[in-house]
Design a protein around this ligand. Structure first.
Ligand code: CA
Length: 225
């Protein structure tokens, strides 16, 4: 994978790029948010490791700039421990995963590789359909009633899982394990944020919602009755 590391703590940035290169990736670092955004738009990477507290342009603004430009890059944000609100804001703004500092380099590399795998695996059933919602898995395109819907890579992954089995109820735990590929402790808030984001993009403006919450059980997608 081609990975861009946006981190102004130079020693940390160097450690991250070195670890990624050791794992066979190509990795470069930028220490300034504005320079990083420019680099990401000119030479689109597969994935961006994004520190939130950056000089030049702060991480959340970099993220907004990427999503505005329809960048397909996956984004993993780095937050200082305890900055729960920042993490929530980052996920709402279109990040795909996050890690709190300090972190183990092995875990960071594992998370990055898990994010990469999600995009690399084509499924046999490339065209999914639920009501008037259509997904082309291979080209990673989604539309409802003929109108294209722009999704972040992780939003796409969550929706794909739901659409592969319409009517089946997925618990938060299962969604988290299958999409985030983590079997250790996780944060249910993350799944809720992604479902909220998807609802806004998929269902808002339509009389019949497709995504449904079963209180205390989980989520499902199904065509209108
Ligand atoms: Ca920083």
């Amino acid at each position: 994978m081609r990975i861009l590391v946006l981190e102004d703590e130079r020693q940390l940035a160097r450690h991250i790029t070195q670890a990624l290169v050791r794992h066979g990736h190509s990795a470069t670092a930028q220490f300034d948010g504005l320079a990083g955004l420019k680099e990401a738009l000119e030479h689109p990477p597969d994935l961006i490791v994004l520190d939130l507290n950056l000089p030049g342009l702060e991480g959340l603004s970099v993220l907004a700039g990427l999503r505005e430009a329809d960048s397909a890059a996956r984004v993993l944000i780095l937050t200082a421990r305890g900055e729960v609100e920042h993490r929530v804001k980052g996920l709402k703004a279109g990040a795909d995963d996050y890690m709190a500092k300090p972190f183990s380099m092995d875990e960071l590399v594992a998370r990055i590789e898990a994010l990469g795998r999600r995009g690399a695996t084509p499924t046999a059933a490339d065209l999914l359909e639920v009501g008037d919602l259509h997904m082309d898995v291979h080209h990673r395109r989604v539309s409802r009633a003929g109108r294209a819907i722009a999704l972040s890579p992780r939003e796409f992954d969550v929706l794909q899982l739901l659409m592969q089995e319409p009517g089946r109820v997925f618990s938060r735990t299962e969604l988290c394990e299958r999409v985030w590929q983590r079997d250790h402790e996780y944060d249910t808030r993350t799944v809720e944020i992604f479902i909220t984001r998807l609802r806004k993009k998929v269902d808002s403006g339509f009389p019949a919602p497709l995504i449904h919450t079963l209180r205390a059980i989980g989520y499902t997608i199904r065509p209108p009755e």
